[in-house]
Write a protein that binds this ligand. Structure first.
Ligand SMILES: Cc1ncc(COP(=O)(O)O)c(C=O)c1O
Length: 351
């Protein structure tokens, strides 16, 4: 780890992250995959900054991260021919409204609402625009129809539980063509630049990172990928995440007080599993009191050492959120659920 990332050995490790990721995820052989600065945010923003502009853009959002990309398109990129489709926490916007002559930006899994797109059937196979997908809390835990996606981004710290560092950026041949044929007017910082003149900087997609990566994080990313291979690859990862959701679904089915933010099973995330409190006594409380009591559940569980960071995301409706990604043991989730019942019972005494 003390060696330079530009040394042969360092470069080969970075190349190995790319090759193993492609293999585990089943990325088509004509797609390229790069390691880019600034985690998933860096990856999706460099794609948006580099590619958007030559045609209309539709942005779909249904929670805070997707809303962030919509804000980027409106206020930062100031795109002229822009349509924003928003839905509330727990729902998806109408996917049928998308115009596939436009470029389309969306998240596969809205991490803060626990709502995912159900599949890729709504994405036109013969689209004229590009589909740009932030899939950070979906890849390695959900089926991704690669042929329907032109730009796919993720980070190391989500489903494979690695150390946070650089982002991953997968590009279809049509996305590469866009980079080669379109130069935006806007200034691009060095960490967003994927072309030199009209030429793709191919090294980025072979392990020559734009700036210095942490080789410790690179080793950890490799460790996660090797683990994924040993447990049976993508099908096993997906099965583990699904089992985590199932454990919570079984509990919710019997619960008097907990429900899913995503009411529809088809769009319910198996990684960021978001719960709301449906008990009528709780729903009768003021919004402030609801927020206070939901927060108290998280604090009590943390104090007991039973669960950490299970509170809903700060912009989401009050509730609980459980990470159900592939690294999580279903048995741990099963152990957690009685703690939820206990904490809610304690909190309810204070209503
Ligand atoms: C859907 C989604 N997009 C983007 C991000 C930001 O990712 P990063 O911190 O890797 O840049 C997150 C983080 O949780 C996310 O869930």
């Amino acid at each position: 780890m003390g060696r330079s990332h530009r040394a042969k050995i360092g470069k080969s490790k970075l190349g190995e992250v790319i090759e193993r990721s492609k293999k585990v995820l089943g990325i088509p052989s004509d797609y390229i995959l790069g390691i880019v600065p600034a985690s998933d945010t860096g990856a999706i923003e460099m794609a948006m900054w580099s590619m958007l502009g030559p045609r209309g853009v539709d942005v779909l959002s249904w929670e805070s991260f997707g809303s962030g990309w919509a804000t980027d398109c409106k206020n930062q990129l100031k795109l002229k021919d822009l349509r924003l489709f928003k839905a509330d926490y727990g729902c998806l916007p109408d996917l049928g409204q998308v115009d596939w002559t436009h470029d389309v930006v969306f998240t596969w899994n809205g991490t803060t609402s626990g709502v995912r797109v159900p599949n890729g059937d709504w994405i036109a196979p013969n689209r004229e625009g590009l589909s740009l997908c932030d899939a950070t809390s979906a890849v390695f835990a959900m089926e991704i129809p690669w042929d329907r996606l032109d730009v796919v981004t993720w980070s190391w710290q989500k489903v494979l539980g690695g150390e946070a560092a650089h982002g991953m950026l997968a590009l279809s041949p049509r996305a590469v063509k866009r980079l080669q044929e379109y130069s935006p007017e806007r200034p691009l910082p060095k960490i967003f630049q994927m072309t030199k003149g009209r030429d793709l900087i191919a090294g980025i997609f072979e392990g020559e990172t734009i700036n210095t990566p942490s080789m410790l994080c690179v080793e950890d990313a490799l460790d996660g990928l090797r683990w994924a291979e040993t447990i049976g690859g993508l099908p096993a990862l997906i099965a583990r995440s699904k089992a985590n959701l199932k454990a919570i679904e079984d509990w919710v089915a019997k619960s008097q007080w907990a429900g899913f933010l995503a009411a529809d099973h088809a769009i319910r995330s198996s990684t960021s599993i978001c719960l709301k409190i449906v008990d009528p006594a709780y729903r009768a409380l003021s919004a402030d009191d609801q927020a206070k009591h939901a927060k108290a559940i998280g604090s009590m569980l943390e104090k007991e050492g039973a669960a950490y960071d299970v509170g809903a995301y700060r912009d989401a409706p009050p509730g609980l959120r459980v990470w159900g990604g592939a690294t999580v043991e279903t048995s741990d989730i099963q152990l957690l659920l009685p703690w939820f019942d206990w904490a809610y019972g304690e909190v309810k005494k204070a209503f």
